[in-house]
Design a protein around this ligand. Structure first.
Ligand code: ATP
Ligand code: MG
Length: 480
């Protein structure tokens, strides 16, 4: 059964669950209403009959002339009881008077159409003889339902001596007929409500799940490699709409990531292929006999050495990028910023040659950072600033404190970047216009590597630049 349920579609399962809940609630409500009506009818019948019986009994007691002295020794003639029973009997109710053993002292039934009284129920009879005034119960005679109530007979009200019990029984056939009619009407209404409710529910569930089916179709197409496929359910505001929106967002991101990975691999291959092609060319010339010409040999060897260096640099940068994807490779240690920058200035001397590099000291700060990464960041930014500015222009490094961060900035007064360069400067393998950098050909990996190194330490980086005026790179590192 459980297996069968699990094998059903989600729509069928939800439909079944919905139908079961609907049936259960409708049946419960109908049963409750039927029971209430039944109670109401019977209570009404009992109070009506009691109201009718009360004056008759009082009148009869008065007629018998019973006094308080009689209460212990009551001797009434059976004709007197017969009179009372007959007075209480009507077309749809018959009264009998019972003694403590349940024997009929007198029966009011005279006409055949009057109901036949049911046999006494000893349990209830005892309750009435013990003084209970409100004993009412259901019984039946010849398969027909009867409502029975018992009235104890006492000489005076509150007198504990009970000398008989009047049993009045009335047929419930009329009430049953009304209830049957009400019940059949209710069953028809319930059946219509159920059929309409189930059909509507099934349709509604189908409508809700249609978007999930769309989503699943989109997933299958994407799995086949069609990354442009999206699902069209974003106008919905419910959970499925949110799921579809999140799905589209996720696929957007994946598509961008996938494309940038593809671009990255193609660029990396191209970047490696260029020096390798140069090397092959040189080797071919050498093999064709140039090794015998010392001048050509010298020139070609120098060229090959340059290409090999370029290959090593690109591989180094690529390795650096992939290493930084794992933040476990970041080794943070306490750093005194001022000391660190001054040491860096010393180490950068061969790179700076005669260029003007000014350090404007900011506040005294110690914080945790990876010293190798920080040095690499500063070298990359400094080499860009040197490369993309004229020999006479100064380069300035400074820092300041932000809430929770230190912001380090490096500015040059060089060629600056246009909007296109600025928006792609951090893309791997992106290089600005060939005119930039006075003919130097980098791989275009410096800034992307720098950004990875900053982000791996929990910081961020941005560039503000004006073409022809210069650029400032700002990067932050967390203090804690
Ligand atoms: N300080 C700067 N001033 C002007 N343009 C810059 C500056 N820094 C970077 N750029 C531009 O951004 C591009 C990307 O810089 P990035 O450092 O990533 O690569 P690269 O310097 O060309 O090569 P690599 O750093 O790999 O040797 C550069 O080609 C250049 O056009
Ligand atoms: Mg660079």
């Amino acid at each position: 059964m459980k297996n069968l349920f699990a094998r059903l579609s989600l729509r069928a399962r939800l439909g079944l669950l919905y139908a079961a809940l609907l049936i259960l609630s409708v049946v419960l409500v109908s049963y409750y209403s039927y029971w209430n009506i039944w109670q109401l009818f019977t209570e009404n019948e009992v109070s009506h009959m009691r109201a009718r019986a009360k004056p008759i009994i009082e009148h009869w007691l008065k007629e018998q002339g019973l006094t308080a002295a009689d209460s212990l020794r009551i001797k009434l003639k059976s004709e007197a009881f017969l009179q009372l029973a007959q007075d209480l009997t009507s077309r749809n109710a018959v009264a009998v008077i019972l003694d403590a053993e349940g024997k009929i002292i007198a029966s009011g039934k005279r006409l055949p159409e009057e109901p036949v009284p049911p046999p006494a129920n000893i349990k209830y009879l005892r309750q009435a003889f013990s003084g209970m005034n409100e004993v009412t119960y259901w019984s039946e005679r010849d398969g027909k339902p009867l409502l029975v109530f018992l009235i104890p007979l006492r000489p005076q009200p509150h007198n504990p001596k009970i000398f008989g019990v009047i049993q009045v029984s009335t047929s419930l056939a009329e009430i049953n007929k009304i209830l049957f009619r009400h019940g059949s009407m209710q069953i028809s209404a319930v059946a219509i409500v159920l059929i309409l409710g189930i059909l509507f529910g099934y349709w509604l569930i189908g409508l809700s799940l249609k978007d999930l089916q769309n989503l699943s179709a989109a997933c299958q197409q994407i799995a086949r490699g069609n990354f442009s496929r999206r699902t069209k359910t974003t106008q919905r505001r419910d959970e499925i709409g949110k799921l579809a929106a999140s799905f589209n967002l996720m696929i957007d991101k994946l598509e961008r990531l996938f494309n940038s990975q593809k671009r990255f691999v193609a660029n990396a291959a191209h970047e490696l292929l260029t020096p390798l092609t140069g090397l092959r060319g040189s080797l071919e010339v050498l093999l064709r006999g140039a090794q015998d010409d010392p001048q050509a040999l010298n020139r070609l060897s120098k060229g090959m050495y340059k290409e090999v260096n370029r290959l090593i640099r690109v591989c180094d940068q690529l390795l650096g990028l992939s290493r930084l994807e794992n933040s476990a490779n970041v080794d943070k240690r306490p750093i005194v910023l001022e000391t660190f920058i001054n040491d860096f200035k010393q180490r950068a001397k061969p790179l700076l040659q005669n260029r003007l590099f000014e350090v404007q000291n900011g506040p005294y700060l110690t914080f945790n950072a990876d010293p190798d990464l920080l040095e690499q960041i500063l070298f990359n930014l400094l080499s860009n600033a040197l490369r993309y500015s004229s020999a006479s222009s100064p380069i300035v490094l400074s820092w300041k404190l932000l809430p929770g961060y230190v912001e380090i900035r490096l500015s040059d007064q060089g060629i600056g970047m246009d909007e296109e360069t600025l928006s792609h400067a951090f893309d791997p393998f992106f290089r600005g216009k060939p005119s930039a950098g006075a003919g130097h050909k980098g791989a275009g990996l410096g800034l992307s590597l720098t950004r990875s190194m900053v982000e791996a330490q929990g910081g961020s980086i941005r560039i503000v630049s004006t073409p022809g005026k210069g650029s400032t790179v700002f990067f932050t590192l967390p203090l804690v």
